[in-house]
Design a protein around this ligand. Structure first.
Ligand code: G1P
Ligand code: ZN
Length: 541
C-alpha cells in the first residue's frame, strides 16, 4: 500500500447527480484518486465492509475501476462486488447494494451525456439504501476534496474484470458478478412476466432502443430471452465506449433511430429507449409520444394491475418542475403526493420512510421503492404489464387517462450550451422581478405566486434552497426556470411550462400549440434572446 501525496483540484463539487466532467479532466494525474479518497475519508466505519462498483461502460470506465479497486483495498474495505467487464446500470447497482446489504457503491457514469475521449465521465457515491448520497454527504466530500493532501492506493496487477469469479487485492476480496442476474430476478418479482410473455409472443411488436449504452445486455436478456420478444426487438444493443458517437439521452431529439421506427408506417405497437446508464426511459406508442410526467401518472393510476404494487401505493412524489398530472391521481387514490427539488436524491428519505411507493421526474425518470434510483427498464416493464393486462394500445390508455383526470399540457424547452454569464444574468433578472409579479396579468393569465423554490425534507428537516424559479398562475398553470446542474459545457437553461385542460375535446392538441401563448410569455419574461442570443430551444420535450 502506498500513501501518495497530492493537492486539491478546484471544483470537485458533485452536481445534481455526482461529479461530472470532461474525460480529459478525469484523466489528469490524481484527479479521480483525489475524489475517491475524499469519498472514503468522509465515510465512517467502512473497515471490512462491502463496496459495489460498476459503470455504464463509457470511455475511461475500465481504467477508473482498476484505480478504485486498488484504493478500496488500501482504505480497508473487506469486499468489493464489481460487475463483469466493469458494467452495472445505475438501477442495477442500486439493486445490488440493497440485495447484498453493501456499505455503499461507486457508480461510474455521466448518465445521458455523450462519452468517448472528448465526451464526459462521472462518478457518484451511493449509500447503503442504494440511493445517491444526500447533500450533507456530498458537501462534506467536496469540503474534503478542497483540503486533501494524500490518498491511499494498493499496488498490484489489474483485476481480470472480464471473468466471473473472485480474487484478492491484499486482504480485500473482489467478486466479479453477473451485472444482469440480480436485476433480472428483481424485475421478475415485481411484474407479471407470464402476462407480458404472452403479449410479446403473440405477434405484438416492440422496439427497445438501448442507444449503444448499458441497457443493451439487460434488455436483451429480459425482453428477448426471458419474455420472448423476437430477436431484433432490442436495437443498438451493444454497449460502446462512445455510444456510437451518439448522445445517449432518450428523448425525441436524440433517440432518432427509435423515433424513425415508431413514426413510420407499419410501426411497432410499443417503443422505448433508455439512457447511458439505464435509469431514464422514454415511452412511445405507434406514432405517439408519452410525456414522462404523464407516464408517472399512468403508472400510479394503473399500479393495481401490477403484482409488485397491487396492494396499493403508500404515496407518490414528483420533482417540482414535473407536471401535476400525478397529483390528480394521488387525490383520487387518496394518497399523499410530495413535491421535491430536481434530482433523485430527494426521493430517498421518502422512500426509506415508506411514505411513497412511486416517484418520478419530467426528465424521463420514473421509479419506485424497489431500488433508490430511477429505473428505465423497470418503467418499460411496468408499461408492458399494464398493456398486457388492459389489452389496449398506448394511445388508448393515455386518452382514457386524460378523460378521467384531465390533461396537464406540458413542455420543457432546453437551451443548451449557452454562455454561463448570460445564463446567470437571466436568472438574476428574473429573480429581481419575482416580488412584483403576483397580481400582474400576462395575456389571459394572472400571476398568483412567484418564488425561488426551497424544500424542507419532511423526514429529516433538511432545507434545500435555490431549486428553481416558479411563476404560478390560476388553476395550476406554471412557468419554471432552472439552470441545469448536470451539464459540463457552458450553461443549460431549462424552461418548464404547464397548463391544465379539463375539456376532453381539447385533449388531442399538440402541446406546443396548446401552450403557445405561455411559451411566448415565458421567453419574454426572462428576456431570452437578450441574455442568451437564442430564440429557439435546442431540445423540446
Ligand atoms: C437533469 C434532470 C433531472 C435529473 C438529472 C439526473 O438534471 O433535469 O431531473 O434528476 O438530470 O438525471 P439537470 O441537468 O436539470 O440539473
Ligand atoms: Zn441516467
Amino acid at each position: 500500500m502506498k500513501a501518495m501525496q497530492t493537492s486539491p483540484f478546484e471544483g470537485q463539487k458533485p452536481g445534481t447527480s455526482g461529479l461530472r466532467k470532461k474525460v480529459r479532466i478525469f484523466q489528469q494525474a490524481h484527479y479521480l484518486e483525489n475524489f475517491v479518497q475524499s469519498v472514503f475519508d468522509t465515510l465512517e466505519g467502512l473497515e471490512g465492509k462491502t463496496l459495489v462498483v460498476g459503470g455504464d461502460g463509457r470511455y475511461y470506465n475500465r481504467e477508473a475501476i482498476q484505480i478504485i479497486l486498488r484504493m478500496a483495498a488500501a482504505n480497508g474495505f473487506g469486499r468489493v462486488l464489481v460487475g463483469c467487464d466493469g458494467l452495472l446500470s445505475t438501477p442495477a447497482a442500486s439493486a445490488v447494494i440493497r440485495k447484498y446489504k453493501a456499505f455503499g457503491g461507486l457508480i461510474l457514469s455521466a448518465s445521458h451525456n455523450p462519452g468517448g475521449p472528448d465526451g464526459d465521465f462521472g462518478i457518484k457515491y451511493n449509500i447503503s439504501n442504494g440511493g445517491p448520497a444526500p447533500e450533507k454527504l456530498t458537501d462534506a466530500i467536496y469540503q474534503h476534496s478542497q483540503n486533501i493532501n494524500r490518498y491511499l492506493i494498493a499496488e498490484g496487477e489489474d483485476a481480470p474484470l472480464e471473468t466471473l469469479g473472485s480474487y484478492h487485492i491484499g486482504d480485500m476480496l473482489v467478486e466479479i458478478i453477473d451485472p444482469v442476474a440480480d436485476y433480472a430476478e428483481l424485475m421478475a418479482s415485481l411484474f407479471d412476466f407470464a402476462a407480458i410473455r404472452s403479449l410479446l409472443t403473440s405477434g405484438y411488436r416492440i422496439c427497445f432502443d438501448a442507444m449503444h449504452a448499458i441497457n443493451g445486455p439487460y434488455a436483451k436478456k429480459i425482453l428477448e430471452e426471458v419474455l420472448g420478444a423476437p430477436q431484433g426487438s432490442v436495437i443498438n444493443g451493444e454497449p460502446l465506449a462512445d455510444f456510437g458517437g451518439g448522445h445517449p439521452d432518450p428523448n425525441l431529439t436524440y433517440a432518432k433511430d427509435l423515433v424513425e421506427i415508431m413514426y413510420a408506417e407499419n410501426a411497432p405497437a410499443f417503443g422505448a429507449a433508455s439512457d447511458g446508464d439505464g435509469d431514464r426511459n422514454m415511452i412511445l406508442g405507434t406514432n405517439f409520444f408519452v410525456n414522462p410526467s404523464d407516464s408517472l401518472a399512468v403508472l400510479a393510476a394503473n399500479a393495481h394491475w401490477v403484482p409488485g404494487y397491487e396492494n396499493g401505493l403508500a404515496g407518490v412524489a414528483r420533482s417540482m418542475p414535473t407536471s401535476q398530472a400525478v397529483d390528480r391521481v394521488a387525490e383520487q387514490l387518496r394518497i399523499e403526493c410530495f413535491e421535491t427539488p430536481t434530482g433523485w436524491k430527494f426521493f430517498g428519505n421518502l422512500l426509506d420512510a415508506g411514505r411513497i411507493t412511486l416517484c418520478g421526474e419530467e426528465s424521463f425518470g420514473t421509479g419506485s421503492d424497489h431500488v433508490r434510483e430511477k429505473d428505465g427498464l423497470w418503467a418499460v416493464l411496468f408499461w408492458l404489464n399494464i398493456l398486457a393486462v388492459r389489452g389496449e394500445t398506448v394511445q388508448e390508455v393515455m386518452h382514457d387517462h386524460w378523460s378521467r383526470f384531465g390533461r396537464n399540457f406540458y413542455t420543457r424547452h432546453d437551451h443548451e450550451g449557452i454562455d454561463s454569464n448570460g445564463a446567470q444574468q437571466l436568472m438574476s433578472h428574473l429573480q429581481q422581478q419575482l416580488p412584483e409579479l403576483p397580481g400582474k396579468t400576462f395575456g389571459e393569465y394572472t400571476v398568483s405566486y412567484s418564488d425561488d423554490f426551497s424544500y424542507t425534507d419532511p423526514i429529516d428537516g433538511s432545507i434545500s434552497t435555490g431549486q428553481g424559479l416558479r411563476i404560478g398562475f390560476d388553476n395550476g398553470t406554471r412557468i419554471i426556470y432552472r439552470l441545469s446542474g448536470t451539464g459540463t459545457e457552458g450553461a443549460t437553461l431549462r424552461i418548464y411550462i404547464e397548463k391544465f385542460e379539463a375539456d376532453t375535446n381539447k385533449h388531442d392538441q399538440d402541446p406546443q400549440q396548446a401552450l403557445v401563448d405561455l411559451i411566448d410569455i415565458a421567453n419574454t419574461l426572462c428576456k431570452l434572446e437578450e441574455y442568451t442570443g437564442r430564440d429557439k430551444p435546442t431540445v423540446i420535450t
